[in-house]
Design a protein. Structure first.
Length: 336
């Protein structure tokens, strides 16, 4: 269930006093676990949640949402950040917010609704003195704890679309693949352009962000995907789901494809761009995008496929995001 913007704003506005009181009384979050050299064996060791099974955050842990979320087999995502006492985020234009050392980003993946909801995994990014560390934690059947899963894993789930799939929990190296820029691990989700401007303003009011960045909230909300203009929806979808790899310095930079929101050059985003290495991943098609012809576009072919070696994104999904494909199809079909 997505939290309403009003609830997020109210929570953020309350942070100033709540966080200060929590730290005076003794914070529940373990800064030693966040900042230490090792990998805690359980999620509970961090103390991020007052009630982990219900995903109730501990004091100092702040819920947030993305305007256009990354799609992962239709999983529900519960997103949080942790900021140590006396620290705050810093604005960095339309790019990523700058997180202080000691901060953490927490994302839990769940399937099912209400009493049937099942927590599958929680991924954490820890900002330590020597950089970011990405760790995956897998929830037990009892839903009481999540244990470190450095080797990843598989869990049988039923998606919101009713498909029975083998959901993949990424291993630690796969986490690094998506979160890598010029060889360093970085966050990829909380960009100012993909966060609510109201939430950001509330964070400023609460003293947890230095200023509202330029371009805040400029990416569209995905809730209205079926009815909104195709171009901004498709570009935001590709930015969130693909551009962490398909960008200069990303793990797929050798493809020459740059799907970042800010990229405006037609060839760079795939229009009449031939693949660097043609093969079965091209499906017999010549260009990444053929204006007006989505069925002749490699981009659509790979988004629709679930075949290993063909499907894109190659990590993070075992099924097809039909709504996402429909929006990108409409964008290409409307090109002239």
């Amino acid at each position: 269930m997505r939290l309403g913007a009003g609830l997020l704003v109210a929570a953020a506005l309350a942070l100033g006093g709540v966080v200060a009181q929590a730290h005076l009384a003794g914070a529940r979050v373990s800064d030693a676990a966040v900042m230490g050299e090792g990998f805690p064996p359980t999620l509970g060791a961090f103390g991020f949640f007052a009630d982990a099974a219900r995903q109730v955050p501990a004091p100092g842990v702040i819920a947030y949402e993305l305007n256009t979320p990354l799609w992962s087999d239709g999983a529900e995502k519960l997103r949080f950040i942790y900021l140590p006492a006396g620290t705050r985020l810093a604005a960095d234009g339309e790019g990523l917010l700058r997180f202080p050392v000691g901060a953490a980003i927490i994302k839990t993946f769940a399937f099912g609704k209400g009493a049937e909801r099942r927590l599958i995994e929680t991924r954490v990014l820890l900002h330590r003195a020597d950089g970011w560390v990405a760790l995956p934690y897998r929830w037990n059947a009892e839903q009481t704890e999540a244990r470190l899963a450095l080797a990843g894993g598989r869990v049988e789930v039923v998606t919101p679309a009713g498909e029975a799939i083998s959901y993949a929990i990424p291993n630690k190296n796969q986490c690094k693949t998506c979160h890598s820029l010029d060889g360093a691990v970085i966050p990829i989700g909380p960009k100012a352009r993909n966060l609510s401007a109201r939430w950001l303003a509330a964070m400023v009011a609460a003293g947890r962000l230095d200023r509202v960045p330029e371009g805040a909230g400029s990416q569209p909300r995905w809730d209205g995907a079926a009815k909104g203009p195709a171009a901004p929806l498709a570009r935001a979808y590709l930015d969130v789901n693909c551009a962490h790899c398909h960008r200069p310095g990303g793990s797929a930079s050798n493809s020459g494809l740059d799907l970042r929101w800010e990229q405006a050059e037609p060839h760079a985003i795939g229009i009449f761009k031939r693949p660097v290495a043609a093969g079965r991943g091209a499906g017999g098609h010549e260009f990444a995008i053929v204006p007006g012809q989505p069925d002749r576009s490699i981009l659509i072919y790979r988004m629709e496929s679930t075949e290993p070696g063909v499907a894109m994104p190659e990590l993070g999904r075992s099924s097809t995001d039909h709504r996402g494909v429909a929006v990108v199809r409409r964008w290409i079909a409307e090109m002239r």
